[in-house]
Design a protein around this ligand. Structure first.
Ligand code: PAF
Length: 276
């Protein structure tokens, strides 16, 4: 484990090609798949573990976010990760972080609308981590679809020499997307939780069978969750590449949802490809 920027720079100096997996720890199979994907890109895989206060609003779960550092390191070691960068807050933010990365406009909708400041915090820490690790590849999960696009756009617009690789979402056998926040669910909520995914899959099937009433479908999906006790932030059909609002004739869509079950906020998405 490397706790300092200097130690990372020293360990990685001379490494010709690094594949990087940034995480906030509490690793599950979804993270491990991202690490395996990284290992297919470059022989030297680096992971980071850092719960980034900058991307949490004051009322959010920064303090109770699950931290399982020893187990995480053991799992990463088993996978042959070359280095784990795990700084503490003063190491990564030695002084107040006044220089912040302003995310592109696609970061203002959906998660950005419901979690103001979230993507600014993500983009800022990811750019810092990129500057420290200097990877050739960086792997992000599609589970956080909008985050993946915000990071891609940051890399493109800031001319960073990094290829962003997308990892598929890992799910439990009942469809629930793996997430560190699933730990917050009580047993009744855990039984209910797969409804978010099944609602998005229903949307996908409707689209595939020719239903083009996008706004009507969003409404129906939302009310399906509402009546099962969810508090819905959004269910939205957007274009995959830009997250622009889905329009008739679009072929590559993504159905995204975010909703609260009790105190736990879950997000998920399903890609939809229409036509051939
Ligand atoms: O997806 C996450 O775990 C975080 O948002 C990330 C990319 C590690 C930045 O803190």
């Amino acid at each position: 484990m490397l706790p300092t920027v200097a130690a990372v720079r020293e360990r990685l100096s001379g490494e010709p090609s690094v594949a990087f997996v940034p995480t906030m720890g509490n690793l599950h199979e979804g993270h491990l798949e991202l690490v395996r994907l990284a290992a297919r890109r470059a022989p030297c895989v680096v992971a980071s573990i850092f719960v980034n206060r900058l991307q949490f609003a004051p009322h959010e779960d920064f303090d109770r976010y699950p931290r399982t550092f020893q187990e995480d390191c053991a799992r990463l070691e088993e996978l042959g990760v070359a280095a784990v960068f795990a700084p503490d807050e003063p190491e990564l933010y030695p002084s107040p972080q006044e220089v912040l990365v302003e995310p592109p406009p696609l970061g203002n909708i959906l998660e950005g609308e419901h979690r103001p400041g979230f993507f600014r915090g993500v983009a800022t820490v990811v750019l810092k981590l990129f500057n420290i690790v200097q990877p050739r590849y960086a792997v992000f999960g599609k589970k956080d679809y909008q985050q993946l696009l915000v990071v891609r756009e940051m890399v493109r617009q800031l001319n960073l020499p990094i290829e962003i690789v997308a990892g598929e979402t890992c799910r439990d056998s009942d469809g629930l997307a793996l997430s560190s926040r699933n730990k917050y669910l009580n047993s009744a909520e855990r039984r209910e939780a797969p409804r978010l995914y099944s609602t998005l899959v229903w949307l996908k099937k409707e689209l595939e069978s020719g239903n083009q009433d996008y706004r009507g479908l969003e409404k129906a999906a939302r009310s399906n969750l509402d009546k099962s006790g969810w508090s819905v932030d959004y269910v939205a059909l957007q274009q995959q590449a830009t997250l622009g609002l889905a329009q008739q004739g679009d072929r590559a869509l993504v159905a995204l949802g975010a909703a609260r079950l009790g105190a736990t906020r879950l997000i998920d998405n399903v890609e939809v490809f229409l036509g051939t």
